[in-house]
Design a protein around this ligand. Structure first.
Ligand SMILES: [Zn+2]
Length: 112
């Protein structure tokens, strides 16, 4: 596991290794999950309130974050139970978001 790490997390005072699936995000798994939860919750709230959704944010959540979590599952030799639970929870939120977007008309905003 340590041999696979690609540097350490960009969050201040976090020395956790970055798994290869998170190289582009430069976050350790715990901090990636924190960030993904916040962004997914926020986006889902905006959907439910009928607000316009940032297209690239939605794309990040439904493509990148989903792929990352799926890769992590293959790649990590037994993440702790706690992290595994949070990964599953995140997948559930992303699935809800996907479902919501598929069945409601969501306004997208394209920001530079
Ligand atoms: Zn970290």
């Amino acid at each position: 596991m340590a041999a696979l790490a690609v540097g350490s997390c960009r969050r201040a005072q976090c020395a956790n290794p970055i798994p290869p699936a998170l190289a582009a995000e430069r976050l350790c798994l715990g901090h990636f999950l924190d960030e993904a939860f916040l962004r997914a919750d926020h986006t889902l709230d905006r959907c439910r309130e009928g607000c316009a959704i940032n297209a690239s944010e939605l794309e990040w959540l439904l493509a990148d974050a989903l792929a990352i979590v799926n890769n992590l599952d293959d790649e990590m030799a037994g993440p702790s139970l706690d992290l595994r639970d949070r990964m599953l929870e995140l997948l559930l939120i992303l699935a809800n978001l996907h479902e919501y977007v598929a069945h409601h008309s969501v306004r997208l905003e394209y920001l530079a």
